[in-house]
Ligand binder design. Structure first.
Ligand SMILES: Nc1ncnc2c1ncn2[C@@H]1O[C@H](COP(=O)(O)OP(=O)(O)OP(=O)(O)O)[C@@H](O)[C@H]1O
Ligand SMILES: [Mg+2]
Length: 583
């Protein structure tokens, strides 16, 4: 786990060494000052030697200025290293996420990935900054201040030892309690992000169902959870400061009490006592810093784990070593294919699918909701890998193709299609980067999208808002079909992509397909039998199994589900699921 994180930090080796070094210089300056002060009091003030006061005073100013300089330099270096580290982490995580397959993303959830990229990385950044600045400074201050005070007066310094032991115990207690709460906070952040993300991306649905109150409650619950956790943690952490201050004051009182006696005895000078009091502050402050480092480290350990999980995740859809970069034709062969989304799940989503589709054929796919139509076609462009059996496109197992080649040749209009913010032309060119304007217009003609685009004031330059919110559902579907057509694929898959298009246009699109792209294998998932009845063959799916595979006429004779649906739709004009879907 650490290896992955360290790799992102390598670039900042110089800063990692220089920052603690600067801090060491700062500490040295800080430690010299109390000695100089003691000298001013003992040799200057008490002996009324003004020259000595001036001389040492100047040295003190120089020491303070140097301390300041080293402090600032160290701070800047630490900031550069920690911010750069965070940038590298985000970049690497983002790059890795781009390679993720659908199932990799399913595993983390989108909200989880967002939290990891933002909050968790920020935590690590803060921790690195703090550690760089304090890892040398705090222990060094502690040790040097102890040595200095023991050299001044071993008897009085033993007070510190007792104080340190007591303080260390109390701090340890505080930290162990606080970290328990902090580590529970992160999963709660995922919940909060999920709530915000879901609400914002589906705000129209939320409004349509007047679910604002429900969404508000959900958000408030997630937000309140984080509040509670942080309150609990902070309630414990606040003890840090008062406990430390209390110890400091007790030490000062004891030092003054015993110190005063020793000064009267003549075994200690006033200056030495002043210096001891300064060291007392230094020691206890460094102890507190150490405790904060511990809190930071434990806090960021959870984040470090979550970040490195994303970095370490390997896409389970990898390009093969000797990838094939041409697809011979659009034939598809499902050879005893079974598929499950999760290895552990008992029931497969697709069970022993065994069908052969010739290149250039038009295949209609029909089946009730949840009968695995989408799952079946998603295997063809390798959005998921089959669990058992083999899926051949153009006579070659899809796992042997170069992914880019395969996805260019197998164009899918997903059921949950999306348009991105940008002009219509820009959106179309997602299908093919260097498509000319003419190619784009031709694809739109095939998808019957040209008619409405030409009516728009800006035509093909019309700006599509995020998620395609300024075009109608049917228009969006037609644009998505056009986008898929641009790359002139060998296989075209439409997953319920004309559901929002009127029947006449739907027929026109199918006609255009038949005449303009006869060589392309077309797989059309539909709810309306009229959309697929003229296909070369129709596949009837039921609960992830093939229930029938044949022409319209054959199925009417042999397939009960198909006949029932057909009758219900021709008589009542009903939908697939209203009748016989799960028969
Ligand atoms: N990403 C996923 N992770 C886990 N299970 C899934 C996932 N997607 C779909 N499923 C499950 O797989 C089964 C088949 O779903 P699928 O989307 O393929 O059905 P469908 O026939 O396309 O339905 P619809 O007509 O509603 O689009 C369902 O039981 C569904 O719960
Ligand atoms: Mg579906």
């Amino acid at each position: 786990m650490l290896k992955l994180l360290v790799a992102q930090f390598k670039e900042f080796k110089k800063e990692a060494i220089l920052t603690p070094l600067m801090m060491v210089f700062e500490v040295i300056m800080e430690m010299v000052i109390p000695l100089l002060m003691a000298s001013i009091i003992d040799n200057g003030v008490e002996k009324s030697d003004l020259n000595h006061i001036y001389f040492i005073g100047v040295i003190m100013i120089v020491a303070a200025a140097l301390g300041l300089l080293f402090g600032v330099l160290g701070g800047q270096l630490a900031a550069k290293a920690s911010c750069g580290f965070a940038r590298n982490l985000r970049r690497s995580m983002y790059e890795n996420i781009q390679t993720f397959s659908f199932s990799n993303i399913d595993k983390f959830s989108t909200a989880g990935l967002v939290t990891r990229l933002t909050t968790d990385v920020t935590n690590l950044q803060n921790a690195v900054q703090m550690i760089l600045r304090m890892c040398a400074r705090a222990p060094l201050t502690l040790i040097v201040a102890m040595i200095m005070s023991f050299s001044l007066s071993p008897r009085l310094s033993s007070i510190f030892l007792v104080a340190i032991v007591i303080l260390a115990c109390v701090l340890a207690l505080i930290i162990s309690k606080a970290t328990k709460y902090f580590t529970q906070v992160f999963p709660k952040y995922d919940e909060l992000n999920a709530s915000v993300q879901e609400n914002v991306s589906s705000i129209r649905v939320v409004k349509a169902y007047v679910r604002e109150d429900y969404e508000r409650t959900k958000f408030e619950k997630a937000s309140q959870n984080i509040y509670n956790m942080f309150c609990k943690a902070e309630n414990v952490i606040v003890w840090n400061m008062p406990v430390m201050q209390f110890t400091v004051y007790v030490c000062i009182l004891l030092l003054s009490w015993f110190g005063a006696h020793m000064i009267v005895d003549g075994s200690l000078t006033t200056g030495d006592l002043m210096a001891l009091l300064s060291y007392c502050m230094n020691i206890l402050i460094s102890l507190m810093m150490l405790s904060m480092i511990f809190v930071m480290v434990t806090l960021s350990a959870a984040s470090a784990r979550r970040v490195s999980e994303v970095l370490a995740e390997e896409s389970n859809l990898t390009n093969p070593d000797h990838a094939i970069t041409t697809v011979k034709d659009g034939s598809i062969h499902f050879d005893h294919v079974s598929f499950r989304y999760h290895k552990e799940s008992e029931e497969p989503v697709l069970d022993d699918i065994n069908i052969q589709i010739q290149s250039g054929e038009t295949i209609g796919i029909i089946g009730g909701t949840g009968s695995s139509k989408s799952s079946l076609v998603n295997l063809i462009s390798r959005l998921y890998d089959v669990s058992e059996g083999q899926l051949l496109v153009g006579g070659v197992d899809v796992r042997n193709y170069d992914l880019e080649t395969l996805r260019r040749e197998v164009a899918v209009v997903l059921q949950k299609n999306v348009l991105f913010s940008g002009t219509i032309l820009e959106n179309l060119r997602w299908g093919k980067k260097d498509a000319t304007r003419e190619e784009c217009i031709h694809a739109c003609k095939l998808a019957c999208a040209d008619e409405f685009i030409e009516k728009m004031p800006d035509g093909y330059e019309t700006y599509i808002e995020q998620g395609g919110s300024n075009v109608s559902g049917g228009q969006k579907q037609r644009l998505c079909i056009a986008r898929a057509l641009i790359s002139k694929p060998k296989v075209l898959i439409l997953d319920d992509s004309t559901s929002a298009v009127d029947t006449a246009t739907d027929a026109k699109i199918r006609e255009a397909f038949a005449t303009e792209i006869p060589g392309t294998t077309k797989l059309i998932i539909a709810q309306r039998i009229s959309s697929i009845q003229n296909s070369d063959k129709i596949l009837v799916l039921n609960n992830g199994r093939v229930d029938g595979f044949g022409t319209h006429e054959e199925l009417l004779k042999t397939n009960e589900i198909y006949r029932e649906v057909y009758e219900s739709q021709t008589q009542g004009g009903g939908d697939f699921d209203e009748n016989g879907g799960e028969a």
